[in-house]
Design a protein around this ligand. Structure first.
Ligand SMILES: Nc1nc2c(ncn2[C@@H]2O[C@H](COP(=O)(O)OP(=O)(O)OP(=O)(O)O)[C@@H](O)[C@H]2O)c(=O)[nH]1
Length: 458
């Protein structure tokens, strides 16, 4: 298709190179004279047929025709090419890539690109939707709450908000809010209200919480607390209040036993079913044995056969004697027998179980009163389950009212993260807490200390 064009171009390039190199025509051999050239066509001198031509008659032989190239200029060739292409209806040579004119961006366009980034071409099927800006709504009105005039719910909400931000453990997390407050009587009520809620949430009985708050208020007003010292003052006042409650007439069991000259020393345990009474008797037996006291057990819970068997298991394990009767026997009589046995055998301590079918059962309370009247124990211990929280304090009150307890033991403290029951029981009975049950083994019992409690709860 482009044969003509190719030929033209070939001619153009070969001519051009000749012109550039300017090669001289090759020299003819010396023997060959111009006339030889003519002779050469007819033969040589040596050739027998050679006849010397007569220069007069013989016309000069014609020289071989000289090839002449069309003397076209570059412009002419290009013009020819163009014409050739046009003839064929081509305006652009096919092998040459189409050269697009590159758009040189203006300074403004460059600046815009630097700010907004390069503009990417959008696919054709993208629909550009113009979004109308939303009408600006006025901000919602904020309700201003005067916290000391609002009820419990508002305070609870406030406390929840504080808890979200603060990670402080126990009751003291609420103080972070009040440290930046100037302390006056006005501020005090909501603060104390929150403190009371915190105490209630930690299983402290309402009556106890109120008493603690009253003590804290009194102390804060007396001290005229300054900004930044409020938290410290409340903490120390609270600790003092708690200490006062918890360190009500202290008692050391081993000391009491040692002091009693005429043995046996009789301890009777009271408490609702399932609080850990039987296991606590086992723990006491272990403690006494470890302190070189001899022990006898009395299966005074005659209301349930299982209770008798249960105590028997502990007695066997600890290798201590047990006095028991059949289910339904007189509980006071069983304990009396145990004391008699102790006297006869020179056993130093009697540990007596009692029934705890229901702390609201009047018959039970009468039965317990009878036990106390008949056996005149040296120590009446209330056993409460710390997990029951406020309930433990109510039970303690009931047993205390019936038999006048001397001290308490709180069990399952290992599974109770709050510990408020200690405070409530101590306050309700106004009697010391002797030990805390910290597990299911005989060794899992620790002497109670107010310091320990304050550290744990606060
Ligand atoms: N974790 C833990 N469990 C305890 C503790 N004291 C008692 N228990 C468990 O509480 C359950 C009840 O304990 P008991 O000693 O049988 O209680 P109880 O008051 O004699 O109850 P009844 O025999 O039903 O009258 C048992 O499973 C004990 O192992 C304690 O301090 N910590």
């Amino acid at each position: 298709m482009f044969e003509n064009l190719k030929k033209k171009l070939k001619g153009f390039f070969s001519k051009s190179s000749e012109q550039i190199e300017q090669k001289p025509a090759p020299a003819l051999p010396e023997e060959i004279k111009p006339q030889d050239k003519a002779e050469g066509f007819a033969g040589t001198k040596e050739d027998s047929s050679f006849v010397e031509p007569d220069p007069q008659t013989t016309p000069a032989p014609a020289l071989p025709p000289e090839i002449t190239e069309p003397d076209e200029t570059e412009e002419q060739i290009l013009e020819d090419v163009k014409r050739e292409l046009e003839k064929q209806g081509i305006t652009q040579p096919p092998d040459m890539p189409e050269v697009k004119e590159e758009k040189i961006p203006t300074a403004e366009e460059k600046a815009e690109e630097m700010i907004e980034g390069p503009k990417l071409p959008l696919p054709e099927d993208i629909e550009i939707v113009t979004v109308e800006p939303e009408e600006k709504k006025p901000p919602p009105e904020i309700e201003v709450i005067k916290i000391h005039e609002k009820p419990k719910e508002v305070l609870r909400e406030l406390k929840a908000e504080i808890e979200e931000v603060e990670e402080k453990p126990g009751i003291f997390k609420l103080f972070s809010k009040i440290t930046h407050k100037e302390l006056g009587e006005k501020d005090l009520d909501p603060i104390l209200w929150e403190l009371e809620i915190a105490l209630l949430e930690n299983d402290v009985a309402k009556e106890v919480a109120e008493k603690i708050c009253a003590q804290v208020k009194e102390s804060l007003l007396a001290k005229k607390a300054k900004r930044g010292t409020v938290e410290e003052i409340i903490k120390s006042t609270l600790k003092n209040a708690v200490n006062t409650i918890l360190s009500a007439p202290s008692a050391d069991v081993l000391d009491l036993i040692a002091k009693k000259k005429e043995k046996p020393f009789v301890i009777i345990f009271f408490g609702f079913n399932g609080t850990g009474k039987t296991l606590t008797i086992g723990k006491f037996a272990k403690l006494l044995l470890d302190n070189n006291y001899s022990v006898v057990m009395a299966a005074g819970d005659t209301f349930r056969a299982a209770a008798i068997e249960q105590l028997e298991v502990h007695a066997k394990k600890l290798k201590v004697p047990i006095i028991k009767q059949k289910k339904g026997a007189d509980s006071a009589a069983v304990i009396f027998d145990a004391i008699k046995h102790a006297k006869a055998k020179g056993i130093e301590v009697v540990l007596a179980d009692t029934a705890g079918r229901s702390h609201t059962n009047i018959n039970l309370m009468d039965e317990l009163k009878k036990i106390v009247r008949v056996n005149n124990p040296d120590l009446k211990i209330f056993v409460g389950d710390s997990l029951t929280g406020n309930d433990a304090a109510e039970q303690a009150k009931l047993f205390n009212d019936a038999v006048g307890i001397d001290a308490s033991v709180l069990t399952k403290i290992d599974t109770d993260p709050k510990g408020g029951a200690c405070l409530s029981v101590a306050y309700t009975t106004n009697k010391p807490i002797l030990y805390l049950g910290t597990g299911q083994k005989y060794e899992d019992m620790i002497p109670f200390s107010a310091k320990w409690f304050v550290e744990k709860v606060f």
